[in-house]
Design a protein around this ligand. Structure first.
Ligand code: MN
Ligand code: MN
Length: 322
């Protein structure tokens, strides 16, 4: 088999224009044989955890569509992820739109199959609750470090009379279940009005490092990157990117928008700054196309996915070489 068949590439311009063909993530082949992959791109069309504006179940299709604009080489880092790793679209995780517990079980089982095959996951939600079953599938040996880009901490205990599984609770559950290490967790972009002044108590008292948007702009981007790297350290880590971390100017299509966020370019620079960490998986969540204006949110998410893929491919290739 040629290297091209081993290492799938998006079609070149002389093969097919980018607007043509069936929409897969980044115009990669749809792959069912997990042995052919190092990194899988997965849709997780589940928004049963949304507490406000629903619609993130439609995220994967629109991100796939907008990801047709993605090319092959990162212009800033020079990383060519499709040369470093075998990457493909494995389709959508199975979900259940009327039963959250069953949806979580189905998503977890799908990601467990990837993990059993040694395939690194890069998911596209779905609301932020989908990160919990992904972590359950891959954080089996030890708690992971976490870099979370988000306007919200997502560490509330429960909503609506004891509902413990919503998109506002995944990282509290993840700490309780020892899927993430709070001392190796950094949350970047935190903002928005609160229901009470002690809403972040669990995150702060539990040892998570919260970087509010005010601190983000006080420190500057290079210092934020350095702080994220310090917190996460050398151990295995996961990156979860909630598009509501972006300012609504760049990401109107999301369930819980908060004004005053970082820009798409600042997000790109922060993700590039994670190169060299031992990254074992990532996701982009909370794209809600019914609220998107001109597809800008799906476009941002597709490009965030590409940035995440570049640092994941770099980490995956280094683990393979080591
Ligand atoms: Mn979130
Ligand atoms: Mn959020």
């Amino acid at each position: 088999m040629s290297k091209d068949e081993d290492f799938p590439q998006p079609p070149d311009l002389d093969q097919m224009p980018r607007f043509a063909g069936i929409a897969t993530f980044m115009r990669l082949p749809l792959v069912s044989d997990l042995k052919k992959l190092d990194i899988a791109l997965i849709g997780v069309p589940c928004d049963g955890g949304s507490t406000n504006r629903a619609g993130a179940r439609h995220g994967p299709r629109e991100i796939r569509n907008m990801s047709s604009l993605i090319r092959r080489v990162n212009p800033a880092s020079g990383i060519a992820p499709f040369d470093l790793c075998r990457v493909g679209d494995v389709g959508d995780a199975p979900v259940n739109p009327i039963d959250i517990a069953d949806a979580l079980a189905r998503i977890q089982a799908f990601f467990e199959a990837l993990a059993a095959a040694g395939v690194v996951p890069l998911g596209a939600g779905g609301d932020h609750l989908v990160t919990l079953p992904i972590l359950r599938a891959i954080a089996t040996e030890r708690p992971l470090g976490l870099v979370q880009f988000d306007a919200h901490s997502d560490t509330v205990d429960s909503y609506f009379g004891g509902q413990r599984y919503t998109h506002g609770t995944p990282f509290r559950r993840a700490v309780e279940e020892k899927l993430i290490d709070p001392a190796r967790t950094v949350q970047i972009g935190i903002r928005g009005s609160l229901f009470s002044s002690d809403e972040m108590a669990f995150a702060r008292q539990g040892g998570m490092r919260l970087i509010s948007i005010e601190e983000f702009y006080e420190l500057g981007i290079d210092a934020v990157i350095a702080e994220a790297r310090r917190v996460v350290g050398d151990g295995p880590a996961y990156v979860s990117f909630d598009v509501d971390g972006l300012d609504p100017v760049y990401a109107s299509g999301t369930g819980t928008p908060e004004v005053g966020g970082f820009s798409t370019h600042e997000a790109q620079r922060m993700i590039r700054g994670l190169r060299g960490l031992d990254l074992v998986g990532a996701d982009v969540v909370e794209v809600a196309p019914p609220f998107d204006l001109g597809g800008v949110t799906a476009l941002a998410a597709a490009n965030i996915m590409f940035e995440l893929l570049c640092v994941l491919a770099d980490a995956t290739a280094r683990r393979g070489a080591g």
